[in-house]
Design a protein around this ligand. Structure first.
Ligand code: HEM
Length: 553
């Protein structure tokens, strides 16, 4: 059955199917405990129906409940789709869980970076990195987001220049490039300029990103075998890519070290970023008094943030634009808001906070296409999972070593939590939820009460966890959310986007994130009489962010 599954049908290209295949074969611990947990068992081939694996995992959820065990022979793992159990694992008993199999896969790439780090390594690094995302930095990043988005806008301007031809552009690809440029400048003040060019460093970074995805979705960890990095061509390329990127990072770290101006955290958080020549996370980490991280630790931190912050944001933009293009009423609400609040002005933090519909477009994209679609944990000690909304009220005892998959996909599409869960609908965040099965946990979206940029795990009591929750919640949530809102504001102000294919042709591919199968091909036309924010007569009126020169330059 295994060979058939691996070598068999076409839909096995679905990355997550392969991830689970592997997990059940190689990495997974057979421990689970939880004798009273509903079990779905079967041959691996059961998973290879005509539907993508995620649809199967969703169907099992409806059949078996918010906590169930997926068993293949001696191996099994627990799939969680219930907000109360999410809250328990992510927040209430968070330190009883580490990243398990995910850490094993990512460690060769991210080293001791925050995402794979064991708890002992994680605690001091999180304490060091968290303050770097302070308000003055975020404000200075907002300027940079706009300037980088203007480079994409200028590229679209070129592509739409001939009115006799309809420009068709793969916007997923453009969003990947934009997100790479932004994360490079924001994290270590390096301009990849991937929107406009190709280079060996861009090639190496994309090579690493692809390898991350490959390793998290391939069925056998063959790269751990002796000499794999010599014999297997893609592993040879991986070794070369990682060396190339690490060497470049070392150069950047050493250069930033040379300009080190050590100060206390508070002083650093209050400095005037207009006067800092290279405002980046790296700058902050190096300047912080008492922080003497080695080049190796800094490299791991930077590499982790490069990978964590790139594809995720690009995917949010891709699915936001897809949802936008499919719904004329959303187009009207979002574009009129941008015209009214922003016009051709360059957005500030406050403007982005005021663009409620544009932000909710990102929020709804993250609900239906969570990035990543599952969170992975392993129990460090025995625990008792709560029964959740419709499980065993006595809870589910589980053993140390149990592997858990927290399916954000199931949670965000749960019919017990959301009205018309499959609908792309911005309005859902503005009105009280009428779904009576929900036990009153979802209180709706109240920006005044929250004082937050986006609906989140607190306001939804873990029904909506776009950036995870608890101590290991995403450290770049504000950065990413503002980045996506800013990019949409700049581009939707100036261009009209129409899907150039059928929605089915766009397709969905599940991997470390959810991307399209065939790209997001859009027909693009200029909106007459508009300019992107801060744009004036071909040259940005805004001072160019470091590394992201004025769009027309
Ligand atoms: C962790 C999502 C952007 C850095 C996470 C987690 C999620 C997430 C769900 C929790 C993972 C878990 O619990 O296993 C996203 C999404 C993004 C985004 C959807 C874009 C829309 C970013 C950016 C950065 C970043 C821009 C950095 C600049 C990190 C780091 C962690 C993390 C370092 C690990 C935190 C820790 O364990 O302490 N992200 N992320 N992410 N994210 Fe993000």
């Amino acid at each position: 059955a295994y060979a058939w599954f691996v070598l068999g049908k076409g839909n096995l290209a679905d990355g997550l199917s392969r991830l689970l295949t592997v997990l059940s074969q190689g990495y997974l611990n057979p421990n689970t405990g939880g004798e009273n947990i509903p079990v779905t068992e079967g041959e691996l081939s059961d998973l290879a129906g005509d539907q993508p694996l995620f649809v199967n995992l969703f169907n099992f959820f409806i059949e078996c409940g918010g906590v169930y065990k997926l068993a293949f022979g001696p191996k099994c793992f627990i799939v969680v789709s219930d907000p109360v159990v999410f809250r328990h694992i992510l927040r209430e008993n968070a330190f009883n869980y580490d990243k398990g199999v995910l850490a094993e896969i990512l460690e060769p790439i991210m080293g001791k970076g925050l995402i794979p780090a064991d708890l002992e390594t994680w605690k001091p690094r999180r304490r060091a990195i968290q303050p770097a995302f302070h308000m003055a930095y975020i404000n200075s990043m907002v300027q940079m987001f706009n300037d980088c988005a203007m480079k994409t806008s200028t590229k679209l301007e070129r592509l739409t220049a001939d009115p006799s031809k309809t420009a068709v552009v793969d916007m997923e690809k453009e969003f990947y490039n934009l997100a790479l440029d932004i994360i490079g400048v924001g994290v270590f003040n390096y301009d990849f300029d991937s929107v406009n060019s190709e280079s060996p460093i861009i090639d190496a970074v994309y090579g690493l990103l692809k390898e991350c995805e490959h390793r998290s979705t391939f069925y056998l960890p063959y790269w751990n075998l002796p000499l794999a990095n010599v014999v297997v061509p893609r592993q040879r390329k991986f070794s070369a890519d990682i060396k190339f990127v690490n060497d470049e990072l070392d150069v950047l770290i050493n250069k930033a070290r040379a300009n080190r101006t050590v100060d206390d955290i508070e002083a650093l958080q209050n400095r005037n970023y207009d006067e800092v020549s290279d405002p980046s996370l790296l700058r902050f980490l190096l300047d912080m008094r008492g922080e003497d991280a080695t080049n190796l630790q800094l490299r791991d931190d930077l590499m982790t943030m490069l990978i964590a912050g790139h594809e995720t944001t690009a995917a949010v933009l891709t699915w936001a634009l897809f949802g936008f293009a499919m719904h004329p009423e959303i187009q009207e609400a979002v574009v009129s808001e941008i015209d009214e609040i922003l016009g051709d002005r360059k957005p500030t933090y406050d403007d982005l906070a005021a663009l409620e519909n544009t932000r909710l477009l990102c929020a709804e994209s993250l609900r239906l296409y969570p990035q990543p679609p599952v969170l992975i944990r392993r129990a460090l000690e025995d625990d008792v999972l709560p029964g959740g909304l419709n499980g065993d009220p006595n809870g589910y005892p589980i053993d140390k070593g149990t592997d858990l998959f927290l399916s954000v996909w199931n949670l965000h599409r749960s019919p017990y939590l959301w009205d018309n869960a499959e609908e792309f609908d911005l309005g859902r965040f503005k009105r009280p939820n009428t779904n009576e099965d929900f036990n009153g946990a979802w209180a709706g979206y109240d920006p005044e009460k929250m004082g937050q940029l986006y609906p989140n795990e607190y306001t939804s009591d873990f029904a909506y966890v776009p950036f995870g929750g608890g101590p290991r919640k995403c450290i770049g949530d504000q950065f990413a959310f503002l980045e996506a809102t800013s990019a949409l504001a700049v581009l939707l102000r100036r261009y009209h986007f129409e899907l150039a294919t059928t929605p089915e042709e766009v397709g969905r591919a599940f991997g470390a994130s959810i991307h399209t199968e065939n790209g997001l091909k859009m027909k693009i036309t200029r909106r007459e009489g508009t300019q992107p924010a801060g744009f004036s007569g071909g040259v940005s009126t805004a001072a160019a962010a470091p590394g992201c020169p004025a769009a027309a330059a």
